[in-house]
Design a protein around this ligand. Sequence first.
Ligand SMILES: NC(=O)c1ccc[n+]([C@@H]2O[C@H](COP(=O)([O-])OP(=O)(O)OC[C@H]3O[C@@H](n4cnc5c(N)ncnc54)[C@H](OP(=O)(O)O)[C@@H]3O)[C@@H](O)[C@H]2O)c1
Length: 251
Amino acid sequence: MKVVVVGASGTMGKYVSDRLEQRDVEVVRAHRGSGVDAQSGTGLADALAGAEMVVDCLNVTTQSARTAKTFFSTAAGNIADAATAAGARVVCLSICNAADPAVNRRMGYYQGKAAQEAVYRDRLDDRLTIVRTTQWFELADTVSKQLALGPVAVMPHMMTAPLAAADGAEVIVEQVLQPGPAVLEVRGPRQLDLVEVARALWAARGEHRIVVPIRFGGAAMRNGGLIPDHPDVTTGTTLDQWLTASAGAPD
Ligand SMILES: NC(=O)c1ccc[n+]([C@@H]2O[C@H](COP(=O)([O-])OP(=O)(O)OC[C@H]3O[C@@H](n4cnc5c(N)ncnc54)[C@H](OP(=O)(O)O)[C@@H]3O)[C@@H](O)[C@H]2O)c1
């Protein structure tokens, strides 16, 4: 079985590619560095030739609704067309409740994810699985580094049920090997604010960081609107277990 992972050099793309290879799947690791540009379409047809499955783990770093919508919907359209030509199914990685207007009204990035889901649904119908997860523990690391000034790290309040990205990858791999429902929602074991995750992360690393919480993105994000009401999967790795496994690991 040949599977193309688009965005394979990113956080989730690497986990998914590694785990698929461990299951003896032939993986094509597609990203701009390997000559595949999902936004322009360059290299997609060649990469997908003979593939049975495509996993979309693409990302763009932006809070602009226009940039996010353009990126995700253009890439989804190009991948859907190439998948259709190759006769392949698509697994698209998305975010729980990002398509809910109450959640994404002030979050341009989430509007981009909603647009991505809509394009895939429109073009692929029953050849699509959308795996939505809540926020990953890793996101607290990414955001608190992006919004850092010396020892001060700014972190938006996000009440969620975070999970280890590696656990999310296991769910995606199962959907690749045995496609299930059209939409699968995945959450972590406990409800937590990502501010708490960031504080625990820096403490576990023994690094002095002052994590300053901010209100950003609207009330729904702070008040649990990111947590799915009826999750299909609740993952096992707790924050403490993840910290023990990853705090000493290099970036
Ligand atoms: N972080 C979370 O908590 C969370 C939760 C749920 C869902 N998600 C979703 O998970 C997805 C993956 O996130 P991530 O953090 O793993 O991403 P990431 O680490 O930022 O990696 C993004 C990947 O996309 C590739 N890429 C970017 N532009 C490209 C283009 N034009 N053509 C081809 N490849 C391109 C990058 O490689 P090159 O730069 O080499 O091209 C890289 O491999 C996102 O869609 C995100 O919304 C994230």
